[in-house]
Design a protein around this ligand. Structure first.
Ligand SMILES: [Mg+2]
Length: 146
């Protein structure tokens, strides 16, 4: 398998990425995909478990930044109640928005990770950007046309 398609780490759920773990491996900025990574397509707003996860990350000095290829309406509706930074129509696997998100929140390649469910957008984007690439199992099976 070509290395640009190969995640550095594989997990079943974002909840495995605790603040404690990320702090221990010196990750300060966690860039996350939205659809099928944090939220199923049908979840328009975050539930308490997601809110608690964001709080835990924050308590350990980890900034969560959502970088999604989905549109403004979807991304804002989900991320505003969560109080996290977010970018829509990000064009992953392009490096542009990933690097922007990393730099805006004070991360470097060594202190930034990207988690997502899709190899061709999330993992390739993370590898191109030089950050830790974490593959999560998708939450749902349904795919939307973009
Ligand atoms: Mg996704």
């Amino acid at each position: 398998m070509l290395s640009r398609f190969k995640p550095d780490m594989k997990i079943e759920s974002i909840y495995e990425l605790t603040g404690e773990l990320l702090e221990a491996i010196n990750i300060k900025v966690l860039i996350s995909d939205l659809d099928n990574t944090i939220a199923k397509y049908e979840n328009e707003v975050p539930d308490d478990r997601v809110k608690e996860w964001v709080r835990d990350l924050s308590e350990h000095g980890v900034s969560l930044v959502v970088v999604s290829n989905n549109g403004e309406e979807r991304v804002k509706k989900y991320c505003d109640p969560l109080g996290v930074a977010h970018f829509w129509k990000s064009g992953k696997p392009s490096r542009k928005t990933i690097r922007l998100a990393m730099e805006k929140y004070g991360g470097t390649c060594e202190t930034t990770a990207l988690v997502g469910d899709k190899i061709i957008t999330d993992i390739v984007g993370a590898k191109r950007s030089g950050v830790l690439a974490i593959k999560v199992s998708p939450l749902g099976k349904r795919r939307m046309f973009e």
